[in-house]
Design a protein around this ligand. Structure first.
Ligand code: SF4
Ligand code: SF4
Length: 450
């Protein structure tokens, strides 16, 4: 293990222009102060556990951030760029920190500082542009669905080599192939889904569902299952026009301004819809929206609305668990459940997804060994860091396989794609599903939907 972090070697006379680039981090410097360098967070960190380098630990990264804020380290230096980039953003370091260091907020500021000092790669910039634009997102995901439906994605997984640039392409195709439905659509799929205001009395409140970008593009069935199961449990689901991407990918990639622009549109859209709850079925999106208040904390004109919006955000499993949820018919299977980091660590939601699964008669829930550790998905980390992301992903897939279940399950599209791809590349046949899909199937079999 390399214990000492060597900022000195990178300590140069930092040009004033570069120091100005550190403004995002400078504005968060008070959030660095609570760190007492105790190191309790180190064993929770997947990158530190695998690389054994203090600079790849939460404490080491906080140290690098502090050095940039104090002008001792150039934000364009390899030390800052490499170790900040290598962080998964899984936030496993937050709940174990006795001082309550808000690592996620600091990481986003550090990423903004890093990308201002050195432009990010073309893949990252291209994806952010596509996700922010509905006009580009539509054709992008349509192409993905065509590759999935025609079996070309499966074919590419079989034909492409596993290393180099082609290896990243093979991984991307495996992720796409993993988004296939676990069960053929049945007639009740035509029941009310998001976008069709129901006349349901909704005694538990009115909800608007964030449709998301990846979720809407590749997992529309999860959005529909979300609407149906919420309605069956006493919520009224209404359409929210004008909503878009939540901005999580932008914030994690260092484009806080891009994230703010998207957040503004979403806040306006959900406000106009007059909902009691803003519901997400993607852990990353839910975590981002619960943090909108941080995005606007220095904007006096938006801060109160952002705080009120964040208060209303719920993961779908939180609302369903609060309602019971209503049991349906038997679906006999064993489910290997893996916690998404942005549900467990960022939102502190551990039991609700399991309660949703346990509400289905015949289901045996097996929480995956090491379920609290990241799967290596982390946005496009598996593509941009094939070796480290691949090693973290292989450990996760091995744990899912050891659970010996019929289906794998997680509550975030990125994790579903990463674990599903790993299972495919391993030759395993388990599908991976979202918890609401199983509850939805149980309700269909019980004839709960009219
Ligand atoms: S982030 Fe928290 S747990 Fe980690 S070294 Fe700092 S105070 Fe300790
Ligand atoms: S967010 Fe995850 S990878 Fe990054 S420092 Fe924290 S525990 Fe490590």
């Amino acid at each position: 293990m390399k214990d000492a972090i060597r900022v000195d070697a990178d300590t140069v006379r930092v040009p004033p222009a570069r120091l100005r680039l550190a403004e995002a981090l400078e504005s968060q410097k008070d959030r660095l102060l609570p760190c007492v360098h105790c190191g309790f967070c180190l064993p929770a960190c997947p990158t530190y556990n695998r690389l054994g380098d203090e600079a790849d630990s939460p404490r080491g990264r906080l140290h690098l951030m502090g050095a940039v804020v104090e002008g001792r380290l150039d934000p364009a230096s390899d030390a800052f760029q490499t170790h900040i980039d290598r962080c998964l953003g899984c936030r496993a370091c937050e709940p174990v920190c006795p001082s309550g260091v808000e690592y996620g907020v600091l990481l986003e500021a550090a990423r903004e500082t890093a990308v201002e000092a050195r432009k990010p790669g073309i893949l990252s910039r291209l994806l952010l542009t596509i996700m922010a634009s509905p006009a580009l997102r539509g054709p992008f995901f349509f192409g993905g669905r065509v590759l999935r439906a025609t079996g070309l994605a499966d074919l590419a997984v079989r034909l492409l080599p596993s290393r180099g640039l082609m290896g990243s392409g093979r991984m991307a195709m495996a992720m796409l192939a993993a988004t296939k439905s676990w069960i053929p659509p049945v007639a009740s799929d035509s029941a009310a889904g998001p976008g069709e205001d129901s006349d349901h009395p909704g005694h538990r409140g009115t909800v608007g569902i964030l449709l998301g970008c990846v979720q809407q593009g590749l997992y529309d069935r999860v959005n529909k299952a979300t609407a149906r199961t919420l309605e069956a449990n006493g919520y009224r689901v209404v359409e929210v026009r004008g909503q878009g991407c939540c901005g999580a990918l932008h914030a994690h990639a260092g484009s806080l301004q891009g994230a703010r622009d998207l957040a503004r549109s979403n806040m306006d859209a959900f406000e106009s819809a007059g909902v009691d709850f803003v519901v997400s079925n993607a852990a990353g999106c839910g975590a981002a929206m619960k943090d909108y208040h941080v995005l606007f904390e220095t904007d006096a004109s938006r801060a109160p609305a952002a705080a009120a919006f964040s208060e209303r955000v719920r993961d779908v499993t939180e609302l369903l668990a609060e309602a019971g949820p209503l049991p349906g018919a038997e679906v006999k299977c064993a489910v290997a459940y893996d916690h998404p980091c942005h549900l467990l660590h960022a939102q502190g939601v551990a039991r609700p997804p399991i309660q949703v699964l346990e509400a289905v008669p015949g289901v045996e829930v097996r929480v995956v060994e090491g379920a609290e550790e990241c799967c290596g998905g982390a946005g496009i980390y598996g593509l941009t860091h094939p070796e480290l992301g691949g090693s973290i992903g292989r450990d996760k897939v091995a744990a899912v396989t050891r659970a010996g279940a019929t289906v794998a399950c997680s509550a975030n599209p990125g994790c579903m794609m990463q674990i599903g791809a790993g299972l495919r590349l391993d030759g395993a046949s388990q599908p991976i599903i979202h918890p609401v899909e199983l509850l939805d199937e149980s309700y269909k079999r019980a004839g709960i939907y009219k």
